[in-house]
Design a protein around this ligand. Sequence first.
Ligand code: PAP
Length: 375
Amino acid sequence: MLFGLRLLFISCCQNPSFYSVQLSCVVIKVKHLEMSQERKEDDESQAQELPVKFNFIPESITSPFIDIFPGQNEGMVRGEPGGFVFSREYGRRANEIYQFKPRKDDAWVCTFSKSGTTWTQELVWLIVNGCDTEKAKQIPLQMRSPYLEGDYLISPEKMPQEIRECWALESLDKRPSPRVIKSHLPFNLLPPQLLDTSKVVYVARNPKDVIVSNYHHFKLFKFHDFKGTLEDFANYSMDGQIYYSPYFPHVLDAWSKRHHPNVLFLFYEEMKQDLRAVVERVAAHLNQTVTEEQMVRVLEYLSFKNLASTEAAGKEKVKEMGIMNEDAGTFFRKGKTGDWKNHFSPELNERIDKWIQDNLAGSDLKFVMELDKQD
Ligand code: PAP
């Protein structure tokens, strides 16, 4: 830097016509120094270790837990602070995810599991890809919109190779922009600079329908292989012993961030009630516009019926890979609000109501448990 200034002074004295060129060089050098300083600060913040410790839960590999979750025979860990529960594999590698670099032109879909993630990923992907429904039909969603920690949820050897390669952090890092990334992680486990860097769409769904949808999901996938009753599952959910639990800290933390300019907080129920309005809000959030012709196509594409059949091919592939239980239903199950009414006994429903009431005490977050009108 000093050398540059001295050169400028000599050049200026000897030949004033050099002045502007040399001055530009110095300005560029100063700019460069500032940028490398910024980059260094960025790298330093990247290098921060995840301030969460993951402790093995011994009861997760003993009876009765392991008898009804036989697919999770590796056991589980709980992260502190936060109390969130995961596979041991995630616990071992959580820091790698914390170090992952979000980009300015990323769009992230963040949710507690079974809250409408797939539906929203499809919507966000279409918005950032010029509403290209044809391309969306051709490429399975898992490949278009990778699942950030999906590769970490189960032991690597249980994960189909093709999906592992696509979801691996190194592949995600090299993936061209714009990336549409899915995560079920709570914000305290996501890269710390995410909200100030990327656009985030967080979707919440009423906890009763989440429990029911998750129950079917845990029966469907072999790496959970849930063998218990719905009531068992609801109890484990309320006790915060299901992956990504506890539910309320996850959703309430996101709710507290809903006014951040990069966050759009949505409810599954509002998507069910008025999808057109939600498409418009998502497009505005991502600085995109949607023409009427595109809107009609997008709404048609996002309908439950269409997604269930379009995604059937992708899901069929997953099934072929042998990670789903036969005869345990399908991923696109009902897509309704209020299905919990067909599952909960009055006694269980009362306990769940109390759990919800206790956890929402003092919060202005309100859930719609069932829409008056179902499509
Ligand atoms: P994930 O956690 O495995 O990613 P996620 O996509 O969040 O699952 O949620 C799946 C739920 O969204 C399913 O709900 P259900 O079990 O109550 O049926 C699925 O049917 C629902 N879903 C997916 N697409 C749509 C859609 N187009 N319209 C309504 N619901 C949908």
